[in-house]
Design a protein around this ligand. Structure first.
Ligand code: ZN
Length: 164
């Protein structure tokens, strides 16, 4: 496994529509392993392949309950319900945060690293991460949903309120 460099907003690869994965080979497994290591190291809730410069439909999402990363290859959102409004950030936009409204429950369908299809449902942070990461695969970012970033003061107030 190896750490990969996370590209930052402004780089072309973050605005492209990624191609589906068709070969479930050792190269894909290497990419997934490297992404898991990179995501753990960065302490994030999710990571999409274009964020490490690979234009393929691959992403990882932290499954809070299982405390592990879910590997999603060629993921699609099947259904979504409810609403949550909360803090969102991105490893490609380091140190910045915004408030984004997302569905509260999201069901996805994806292939695993061997090409087998499965379905998964996420709530709260996991649902937010499903939406955020799958958007990356179409060249979109959460910053398109916000008017501005939070100031440091607003961020502190927000985090204090969430703790209460
Ligand atoms: Zn992101």
């Amino acid at each position: 496994m190896a750490l990969r460099k996370i590209v930052e907003q402004g780089e072309d690869c973050l605005t492209k529509v990624c191609r589906p994965v068709t070969a479930f080979n050792s190269r894909l497994h290497q990419l997934l392993d490297d992404m898991a290591e990179t995501l753990s190291e960065a302490n994030g809730a999710g990571l999409a392949a274009p964020q490490v410069g690979v234009l393929r439909r691959v992403c990882l999402v932290l499954d809070e309950d299982a405390e592990e990363f879910l590997e999603l290859v060629n993921p699609e959102i099947l259904s979504q319900s409810g609403e949550q409004t909360g803090l969102e950030g991105c490893l490609s936009v380091p140190g910045k945060w915004g408030i984004v409204t997302r569905p509260n429950v999201v069901r996805v369908r994806a292939q695993d690293r061997y090409g087998d299809w499965f379905e998964a449902e996420g709530e709260g942070l996991t649902a937010r991460a499903f939406c955020h990461e799958i958007e990356h695969l179409d060249g979109h970012m959460y910053t398109e949903h916000i008017d501005r970033f939070l100031t440091e003061e607003e961020l502190e107030t927000y985090l204090e309120e969430e703790e209460e």
